[in-house]
Design a protein around this ligand. Structure first.
Ligand code: A3P
Length: 309
């Protein structure tokens, strides 16, 4: 593994004061330990047809979709006053393929939870994920808010003070495709194209749509995963209870999410909750930045049929 790492292109983020180095593995950029995790998962993970993959690039709503999917799938076992989501961060409830392969395997054997999360781009998923024909949910978000969220998340995790980290430099790097699991547009295009080929197995959800209408999107998610809400549940307001439980307002105020850490890498749970605003980019972008990223995204998506507003 060490030899393989040495052969990979590397990029140290200028704005991070040398604290963050991305490696290019296959066609995406990520941190060193996650290259190792991706490689191991690709070598050994055996997907089952009953698995449900929650796929996202970073900062696009991973924590949210993990909570929603977990609450939906386990609702016969737990309600909104007994769910583990009240005492464990969503990342602990739904393990990630490239950080905690052993827990993913244990979970599938011992607790029959079918949910597995990953940030891997579609072409880099372990071959068995595609071969097993299991279901895949993909959540994406508007690029500009992802850029801002990504910058703040890395800054906090790597302890780089705001005043020491020029946002403009982070923006430029993102535009060059250098970001967690980036290029971001390639990540989306990979899942988008796959969803056109296999619409019954791949569901795309947009962060902004989830925000605008959590109820119908949670319903869509439940149906797709094979856990549809019954008419009685709908009448009893079960969907709304789940969306309220998983809302940013509720989740970010839970003690576990204010004070705890995730089990891998010791990242503090609070870093997964910032503002959750649609359009926060307006505070950070100049007109030139807006024009640059809009043009870039238009060029990258040209001919795909995908529109990212
Ligand atoms: P901001 O940085 O814009 O606030 P991820 O979970 O993929 O790491 O994404 C993190 C982003 O999702 C952060 O965005 C975070 O605030 C937001 N987020 C976390 N939990 C959320 C929830 N329950 N509902 C909506 N957004 C949420």
């Amino acid at each position: 593994m060490e030899e393989m790492l040495k052969t990979l292109p590397q990029h140290t983020c200028s704005w991070s004061k040398g604290k963050i180095t991305f490696y290019k593995y296959q066609d995406f950029w990520t941190l060193q330990e996650l290259v190792v995790g991706a490689h191991l998962a690709q070598q050994s993970f055996k997907a089952e047809p009953t698995d449900i993959f929650l796929c996202t690039s970073t900062k696009t709503g991973t924590t949210w979709v993990k909570s929603l999917a977990f609450a939906i799938v386990t609702r016969q076992k737990f309600d909104d006053s007994t769910t583990p989501l009240l005492t464990k961060n969503a990342h602990e409830c739904v393990p990630s393929l490239e950080y905690e392969l052993d827990i993913v395997d244990d979970n599938r054997k011992n607790s029959s939870l079918p949910l597995v999360a990953t940030h891997l781009p579609y072409p880099s998923l372990p071959k068995s994920v595609i071969a097993s024909n299991c279901k895949i949910v993909y959540v994406y978000r508007n690029t500009k808010d992802v850029i801002v969220s990504h910058y703040h998340f890395l800054r906090k995790v790597f302890n780089v003070a705001n005043e020491d980290a020029p946002f403009e430099e982070a923006f430029e790097e993102f535009c060059q495709g250098i970001s967690g699991y980036g290029p971001y547009w390639d990540h989306i295009i990979g899942y988008w194209k796959a969803s056109l080929e296999r619409p019954d197995r791949i569901l795309l959800l947009k962060y902004e749509d989830l925000k605008k209408d959590p109820t119908s999107n949670a319903k869509k998610l439940a149906e797709f995963m094979g856990y549809p809400f019954s008419t009685e549940e709908e009448k009893a307001g079960v969907i709304e209870k789940i969306t309220t439980l998983c809302s940013f307002e509720n989740m970010s105020n839970l003690e576990v999410n204010k004070t705890g850490s995730i089990r891998v890498g010791g990242l503090e749970n609070k870093h997964y909750f910032r503002k959750a605003e649609d359009g926060d980019w307006r505070t950070y972008f100049t007109n030139e930045m807006k024009e640059k990223i809009d043009k870039l995204i238009d060029e990258k998506l040209n001919g795909t049929g995908l529109i990212l507003k």
